[in-house]
Ligand binder design. Structure first.
Ligand code: PMP
Length: 288
C-alpha cells in the first residue's frame, strides 16, 4: 500500500511520523474520513472545506492548497487501485518539543491513506441497531467544539467502549443539558409525524457531511427537516430513528436502552432515504 506523506508517496512500512509529532503527543491535529464510491470521491470539496474550517478553529494552517489536496487524494486512490473505499486525510501540528506550545512545531505533517472500509455488520442494516445512551456526556462546545474534527477522540472512544461493553456498536451521547448531541461517530435523526428532526450543531455535534446530504435529499423529497433540541424521550417515542456517517452511511435504529422505536424495524422513510442516498453515491463525486 502506498501512503501520501508530506508530499511523497511512500510504502506503508516507510510511512512513519516522529514520536515528537504533536498529533501523537497531544492529539493536536485534524482529520477527515472520506468515501470513494464507484471511482468517485464523495463530497470531497465539502470534506476539504470542513478540514480547513477545523484548521482555522485550532490555528493550524493546512500546508497544502485545496487543489493540491484534491490531487493527492485522487493519486493515493489511483496508486492503490481504490475504486470503492475510504480515504483518511490527516493533518497534525507536526514535530515539536515536549511542551504544549504549538508555535514551536515548524511544519504540519500531512498524510493520506486510501483503503477499504468495514461497515457495521449487515444485520444492523437489516434489523436496526440497538442503541444505548452513554453515561459519558459529549464535550461541551465551550470547552472544545465538537464541530472541529480533531485528533482528540477520547470523549467519543469512552462512549464507544460503553456501547461495546453493552453488546452493541454505537452509543447516543447527550450534552451537559441532557439534550441529544450525536453518537460516538455518527449523527442522529428521528422521524416524527412524517418530518425529520436532528439536533442542531450547537447541541454539540459534528456538522456531518452525510447529515448534510440527508437534509438535502429530504428537501428534494419534500420532507420537512428541523433542528430542535432533542431528549432521550423524543428518540424513544419517535416513529423512526437512524444514524448517519461517512463510514456507516444511513443506519436504522431499532431500540434505545431497550425501548423499541416505532415498529422496531427499519422505517419507511429511513428505507427511502437509504435508497436515495445509495443512488446519490453512485453518480456524484470527484473522479479519481
Ligand atoms: N459525529 C462524529 C463524532 C463523527 O466522528 C462523525 C464521522 N465519523 C460523524 C458525526 C458523521 O460525520 P460525517 O457524515 O461527515 O462522516
Amino acid at each position: 500500500m502506498k501512503i501520501f506523506l508530506d508530499g511523497k508517496y511512500v510504502e506503508e512500512a516507510d510511512a512513519k511520523v516522529s514520536v515528537f509529532d504533536h498529533g501523537l503527543l497531544y492529539g493536536d491535529g485534524i482529520f477527515e474520513g472520506i468515501r470513494v464510491y464507484n471511482g468517485r470521491i464523495f463530497r470531497l470539496d465539502e470534506h476539504l472545506d470542513r478540514l480547513f474550517a477545523s484548521g482555522k478553529a485550532i490555528l493550524l494552517s493546512v500546508p497544502m492548497s485545496k487543489a493540491a489536496l484534491v490531487e493527492a487524494c485522487r493519486e493515493t486512490c489511483r496508486l492503490n487501485g481504490i475504486k470503492d473505499g475510504y480515504i483518511r486525510l490527516v493533518v497534525t501540528r507536526g514535530v515539536g518539543y515536549l511542551g504544549l506550545s504549538p508555535f514551536k512545531c515548524k511544519s504540519p505533517t500531512v498524510f493520506i491513506i486510501a483503503a477499504t472500509i468495514e461497515l457495521y455488520p449487515e444485520e444492523v442494516y437489516r434489523n436496526g441497531l440497538k442503541l444505548i445512551t452513554a453515561a459519558t456526556i459529549r464535550t461541551n462546545p465551550a470547552a472544545m467544539s465538537p464541530a472541529v474534527k480533531s485528533l482528540n477522540y477520547l470523549n467519543n472512544i469512552m462512549a464507544k467502549i460503553e456501547a461495546i461493553n453493552a453488546g452493541t456498536v454505537e452509543a447516543l451521547m447527550l450534552n451537559d443539558a441532557g439534550h441529544v448531541a450525536e453518537c460516538s461517530g455518527d449523527n442522529v435523526f428521528i422521524v416524527r409525524g412524517g418530518k425529520l428532526e436532528t439536533p442542531p450543531s450547537s447541541a454539540g455535534s459534528l456538522n456531518g457531511i452525510t447529515r448534510g446530504a440527508v437534509i438535502e435529499l429530504a428537501g428534494k423529497l419534500g420532507i420537512p427537516v428541523s433542528e430542535p433540541n432533542l431528549t432521550r424521550y423524543d428518540v424513544m417515542t419517535a416513529d423512526e430513528c437512524f444514524l448517519t456517517g461517512t463510514a456507516a452511511e444511513i443506519v436504522p435504529v431499532a431500540t434505545l436502552d431497550g425501548r423499541t422505536i416505532g415498529t422496531g424495524k427499519p422505517g419507511a422513510l429511513t428505507l427511502k432515504l437509504i435508497e436515495e442516498f445509495r443512488k446519490l453515491t453512485r453518480v456524484e463525486g470527484t473522479p479519481i
